[in-house]
Design a protein around this ligand. Structure first.
Ligand code: NAD
Length: 484
């Protein structure tokens, strides 16, 4: 008698079976028409509209506290936007792109060169907990526009939302089109070992190493959307009130649990105190209270609460000045949820954990600099970040900072917002990730760019003497080529 399969092997077998069926369906049906792709995009949009209330409820249950407006903004509207953008543009994106022939004269005689955009087939999507709906649906905009099917592994940290996603997709899609598998790291591990035609992973850099290693077994190409410590550089002369209002809005959105959250600030030393005062004022306007205020999001799990609290305690123990912004003066030590007040850490040192790890919480170190080159050198002495933010009016300095630093993307005079630009690629660099998606770049990322060259009807190579037996004609031709 065969021993019963352990649950993980059983899970793996099911995922493999679905992958085989999706691949077979892709071969059976051929590349989907534009109408089919628009239908997939529309079904996704309808799911989001139809389930918006349940989504808000599930996310709130998973986080302990997250306002329905925040979820509607980032996860519902924030997913519908990219899907609609893809729907509007997919027909244009799908068109083969003509290229010039080399040498150009071939084209004159009727040879053709073109790039055809072919669906890759089946794309795997591993999504994180911080925007559990957005980071599942936004990749689908490009995946569907490019004519692919999808298998999705959402996060175990948001179990209610992950179950809801599974039920939603099952309602509107056949498993041959979209299938969702819930589970933790073991399921993620098995999932990332599947022979997809492409795999998108959004999550932590440390986990991405495992994902890429697993994908390498099958040479599956990966898009890695990771995180890191995204700096904000305040230039001398920046409008500090506006900068602080925008930075603190970005830092408190989802309680800082955003891959693109401004991680730390580099400020001219004479501006630090003004920045601190303006940051306090901004937080006071947004959140008169924190504890039971649904607009202020909780940390997703005890592990993350302890981690972020640990950064503050460690910085305090190592001598940093800590400014807790608690506008209502509430006692946050006893609370139903896991809320941490927005906290500034003034002039941290590099031996503090808060300057070593991605914070992913509402804590903002403010480090002073004397010269802008000092700030640039600090950024360059650390891992390349997912984003860099620069606030100021000195255009020459802006150009210099942007040219001398490498980050996935940049927003000037605000934070995070480059992610909302559908015409811009979104992605990391170095430890912040590889590959990019959104808009047309998403379509390209999930398409195979097939090179197609169509030769002349007439076989002219023998006339030109380019075939053996070689003689004077080819030697003359080569002499013309092998020179500067
Ligand atoms: P995580 O890496 O812990 O988890 C992400 C997903 O990977 C989950 O679905 C998880 O189950 C799965 N997973 C865990 N271990 C795995 C393994 N060994 N093999 C395969 N899959 C595995 O990340 P998280 O805590 O959910 O999210 C926070 C991180 O994500 C932060 O670092 C943040 O910066 C990053 N992030 C990046 C972006 C982006 O677009 N660049 C967006 C959001 C979050």
């Amino acid at each position: 008698m065969n021993a019963p399969m352990n649950p993980l092997d059983a899970h793996k077998a099911t995922m493999n079976e679905v992958l085989s069926r999706q691949k077979a369906a892709h071969l059976r049906d051929g590349p989907p028409s534009v109408e089919k792709r628009v239908d997939w995009l529309n079904r996704s949009i309808d799911l989001l509209i139809g389930h918006q209330a349940e989504i808000a409820k599930a996310v709130n249950a998973d986080f302990g506290s997250r306002s329905p407006e925040a979820t509607a903004l980032t996860d519902v509207a924030g997913s519908i936007g990219p899907l609609k953008f893809a729907r509007e543009n997919v027909a244009k994106w799908m068109r083969p792109q003509k290229r010039r022939t080399t040498p150009a004269i071939l084209g004159l005689f009727g040879a053709k060169a073109a790039v055809q955009y072919q669906p890759k087939g089946v794309v795997g999507v591993i999504s994180p907990w911080n925007f559990p709906v957005n980071l599942t649906f936004a990749p689908l905009a490009g995946i569907f526009a490019a004519g692919n099917r999808a298998m999705i592994k959402p996060s175990e940290y948001t179990p209610a939302t992950s179950e809801l996603l599974k039920a939603m997709f099952a309602e509107a899609f056949d498993e041959e089109e979209v299938a969702v598998f819930v589970g933790g790291p073991e399921v993620g591990q098995a999932f990332s070992g599947l022979a997809f035609d492409h795999l998108v992973f959004t999550g932590a850099t440390s986990v991405a190493r495992h994902v890429m290693r697993a994908a390498a077994e099958n040479l599956v190409p990966v898009t890695l959307e990771l995180g890191g410590k995204s700096p904000v550089i305040l230039s001398r002369g920046a409008d500090l009130a506006t900068a602080a209002a925008r930075i603190m809005n970005g830092k408190t959105l989802n309680a800082g649990q955003i891959c693109l959250a401004p991680d730390y600030v580099l400020a001219p030393q004479e501006d630090v105190e003004t920045f601190v005062a303006e940051a306090k004022a901004a937080v006071g306007r947004y959140f008169p209270t924190l504890k039971d205020n649904p607009d202020y999001t909780a940390l997703v799990a005890q592990r993350h609460y302890d981690r972020v609290k640990g950064y503050v305690d460690d910085a305090k123990a190592k001598g940093a000045r800590v400014v807790e912004i608690n506008p209502g003066g509430e006692d946050l030590s006893q609370q139903e949820h896991r809320k941490i007040a927005p906290t500034l850490i003034i002039d941290p040192t590099d031996d503090m954990k808060v300057m070593q790890e991605e914070i992913f919480g509402p804590v903002l170190p403010v480090k002073s600099y004397r010269t802008i080159d000092e700030a640039v050198d600090y950024v360059n002495a650390h891992d390349r970040p997912l984003a860099l933010y620069w606030f100021g009016t000195d255009e020459a300095e802006k150009d210099r900072v942007l040219a001398r630093t490498t980050s996935g993307g940049v927003t000037v005079n605000d934070v995070i917002f480059h992610v909302a630009q559908e015409e811009l690629p979104f992605g990391g660099v170095g430890p912040a990730g590889m590959g990019a998606y959104h808009g047309h770049d998403g379509f390209l990322e999930f398409s195979h760019r097939k090179a197609v060259f169509q030769q002349l009807k007439k076989d002219i190579a023998p006339m030109l003497g380019l075939r053996p037996p070689y003689g004077e004609a080819i030697r003359k031709y080569l002499a013309g080529q092998i020179k500067r």
